[in-house]
Design a protein around this ligand. Structure first.
Ligand code: 4AD
Ligand code: MG
Length: 482
């Protein structure tokens, strides 16, 4: 077996006139002479120069787009434009042929829809190579951020009995024979006979279990897949997505906001430092795409500028009530341009409202706090009603340009009586969550946490427009292929 050098290392090599072996997939082969070879270590290809006059024509024919090849030869300073080094091939082995008539990925621009249908091969395009290298860096940066701060990475269960968000969007988990489901005398599904002896589902959030950890380890975070059966066919929703959920004892909502803002800036900075080539490539890609749009719809900043801007500016912090006042007075609201006009206090914000606040009004990331109690989850800490008797909770949502909600979190209700009362009001079964309530019975304390939708972060950093393009194999209504 020969030692191979990765293309990224070759392209950065200070040494030339050395013998090297390189392996990868052919991106293009032109004039029977120049192979563009890529191995995924970087979005840049290395050029292989073939001495075609002295190469077996049968071998030349097998150098096709998509073929896996191994090349040994000399790394030299390149004379041509566009690359600093290239490899003069001494020997080429075909490792895996690729029939050019049948290989779906051609050296031309494919639509993102087409590539989604060929998600098993889309890694081999420059765009998806860059996206998944960035996704990797961001995931690593998340761990590094929390590890540097002494957080404990806690693995919360994927199969649970509870629907933490109480939104009723959980996928059932069962090993019943679906054609012969055991029923009780009264005709209900008899979960006692199911695998776990109870009804179970895939987790929608690790938060409740995360809180248990925080009530002893102080600072924890989860980072795992979560599942929601919401039937939303949007560019921002997946049925399976990855969530990062820190939970911190003794933190209040202000600490929570600081933590979230620090984390977002840290991981974005990490990606900028670690993957400059990928960001540069995606910045250009977005610029090309924007050229198709009319002038007034193009964004003012490039991807790179947007990311830098996010690092350089404090996020705007305001309450839901203040936001409603701004929206009520806004031009689109007055001109009836919103699909959902802002009439009064108390309704949830639609993405058109969030985007107005972030993209038009403040022109930077925004943290909204203190939402109406009625539209938020049971576990959020209740505020005293305001002068007009309006009831709010210590919630926070972070809104990002082009994305909308990227983070949702809150300070938690640590007072047992208030929590139980809220669960009763919302019909959340206290007996099923006895273990959660125990943390309020024994050593309860102020604490707070949030959930970051990892794919929404990757969307922001890559500048892509559809969440299905930033996770390797997206799950969404009517699709679970690959
Ligand atoms: O706002 P959510 O529902 O909050 C929670 O689940 C809390 N338990 C978090 C916590 O406080 N520990 O979801 C958190 C984030 C959202 O802000 C969004 O970024 C992302 O998760 N998210 C989704 N991402 C992709 N597809 C979906 N269907 C998503 N639903 C939520
Ligand atoms: Mg939310």
């Amino acid at each position: 077996m020969s030692q191979r050098t990765k293309i990224k290392a070759l392209l950065q090599s200070q040494q030339t006139d050395i013998d090297v072996t390189v392996k990868g997939w052919v991106r293009a082969f032109r004039s029977n002479r120049f192979i563009a070879l890529n191995d995924g270590s970087t979005n840049n290809n290395i050029q292989i120069v073939v001495d075609f006059e002295n190469t077996d024509p049968a071998l030349l024919k097998r150098i096709t787009v998509g073929a896996a090849i191994s090349v040994s030869g000399k790394l030299i300073a390149s004379l041509g434009k566009g690359q600093t080094v290239e490899v003069i091939a001494a020997n080429i082995d075909i490792l895996g042929d690729s029939d050019p008539e049948k290989y779906p990925i051609q050296p031309k621009k494919h639509s993102l829809e087409f590539l989604r249908e060929n998600a098993h091969l889309r890694f081999r395009t420059s765009t998806f190579g860059s996206i998944f290298r960035l996704r990797n860096s961001l995931a690593f940066a998340v761990h590094q951020f929390f590890q540097e701060r002494g957080f404990v990475y806690l693995h919360t269960p994927v199969i649970t009995q509870s629907d933490a968000e109480g939104a009723g969007e959980a996928f059932h988990v069962t090993n019943f024979d679906l054609n012969n489901i055991p029923k009780t005398d009264t005709g209900e599904v008899d979960y006692k006979q199911d695998f776990f002896g109870t009804s179970t589902n895939l987790t929608v959030s690790g938060q409740l279990e995360g809180e248990l950890g925080a009530m002893a380890l102080s600072d924890i975070y989860t980072f795992g897949p979560t599942f929601r059966a919401e039937n939303s066919n949007t560019t921002r929703h997946l049925a399976e997505f990855w969530m990062i959920e820190p939970e911190v004892a003794f933190n209040d909502l202000d600490d929570n906001m600081d933590l979230a803002e620090d984390m977002l800036k840290y991981v974005i900075k990490y990606a900028l430092d670690k993957n400059p080539d990928d960001i540069e490539f995606l910045t250009q890609r977005l610029q090309e795409e924007e050229k198709q749009k009319p002038q007034n719809e193009r964004s003012e900043m490039s991807l790179l500028e947007k990311l830098q801007f996010c690092l350089d500016n404090d996020f705007e912090r305001l309450t839901y009530t203040e936001a409603i006042d701004i929206l009520k007075e806004s031009t689109p609201n007055k001109k009836k341009k919103f699909q959902y006009p802002i009439e009064g206090w108390g309704t949830d914000l639609q993405s058109e409202h969030e985007r107005y606040l972030v993209e038009k009004h403040f022109k930077k990331p925004v943290i909204l706090t203190d939402y109406p109690k009625a539209i938020k989850a049971f576990y959020m800490r209740q505020n005293e009603p305001d002068a007009q008797g309006r009831e709010t909770v210590r919630a926070m949502d972070i809104l990002f340009p082009g994305i909308g909600e990227i983070v949702g979190g809150s300070q938690r209700e640590e007072r047992l009586d208030k929590l139980e009362q809220r669960m009763d009001e919302m019909g959340i079964p206290k007996d099923e969550l006895w273990w959660y309530l125990d943390t309020r019975r024994f050593g309860a304390c102020e604490h707070a946490g949030f959930g970051l939708g990892f794919e929404r972060l990757v969307l922001f950093v890559t500048g892509m427009g559809n969440i299905r393009d930033v996770i390797p194999f997206p799950r969404f209504p009517k699709n679970a292929e690959f």
